[in-house]
Design a protein around this ligand. Sequence first.
Ligand SMILES: Cc1ncc(COP(=O)(O)O)c(C=O)c1O
Length: 426
Amino acid sequence: MTPEELEAQIEVTAEQYRRYLNPTLPNLLKFMGFGTVSHSADGMTLTDVEGNEWLDFLGGLGVFSLGHRHPKVVAAVRDQLERLPLTIPIFFNRQQAELAELLASVLPGRLQYSFFCSSGTEAVEGALKLARVHTGRTQVISAERAYHGKTLGALSASGRDLYKTPFEPLMPDFKQVPFGDLAALEAAVTGRTAAVLLEPIQGEGGVVVPPDDYLPGVRRLCTERGALLIADEVQTGFGRTGKMFAVEHYGVEPDLMCLAKALGGGVMPLGAFCGTPEVWEPFRTRPWLHTSTFGSPGGNPMACVAGIAAIRAMQDENLPARAAALGTYFLGRLHELRSEFPGAIREVRGKGLLLGLEFEDEDVAGLTIAAVARRRVIVAYYLSNPRVFRFEPPLIVTHAQIDRAVEVFRESLQETLSLLEGVEPD
Ligand SMILES: Cc1ncc(COP(=O)(O)O)c(C=O)c1O
């Protein structure tokens, strides 16, 4: 195809978006520098229909921790597809049972039981429901700037008004306190509190790492007051922060944990909420208390074999340790950038390969994303904090690729700053 034909083909897709998906989204994506159509992907690289290769430093918002199309996950899914892609929930589902056992072997503390679903927000909904029925209480305390998803319960616990206000009134009895502030939580948790729902390290809020004594303090408080601690590890789970689960940095064992994103190995959508035997008690007497067609309890065979292959690959390739080492290197490089641009970059922070770079100015952030995209590196900002650039590459990223991304970022920021000063970049 000629370049003109390819461009026309992309425009057909953009027009279908405008007419049948969303009238404004294509222009927004183009403005951000990403208005193309993806064609294929492999490892750290995404290729668009024009044959351009993009270096992925967004990792599908945390989905592609193993990189794109990990061969063992692809092989497991392909094999399952040929035999039994979906099954009926009144036969045993061997793939689901095996995944639940494997998951229990890597989960922290006494987390043992799992309910599988497809997305993070479903995992959070299930955990919230179970916390209510288990405790017989209704109140849920979460953190300001949290992100737990966009279904009604998860949204009620989330933090950005932009996504919440149009849907008010949301769920009653949800309260938010500043993240990392134990005194605020102590004042909020009462005998009516069913659960404290927290991301151990806030992701979409712009990568907020709490003080070291925060989560152990939250654990103590929940135990004292009979509230459950729900750790939302949808984004931090599976090695992202340098440990298999972020709670392990703090030696904390939650009562419930929410998972999704990387669990499906970047090949299938898969989520789960997991709990201790005590917390699971309401499901013992009522096994169909929480179900859906694809989740009763969920986990279609194709997604489950992807999950099994993904966890094994993470273990075989030692990805949590890799994320810790590469994350330290990457953060060091970002600190160098901050010293170079002290007026533009307010802070760099994070753990493992969940990294954020906070700009002084939101407009500079937006323009820099577009400049980075022109150089074919994929990055974005965090949903609950658009001033913060997110760097969440697959955990297979190399030192050389990090160096490349840092160089691209430096050039792009320089270009943006020169543009805003009205000076032509040289
Ligand atoms: C911590 C956390 N919880 C829940 C969700 C919602 O997951 P999903 O978009 O799969 O519904 C996200 C998504 O970014 C997340 O980061």
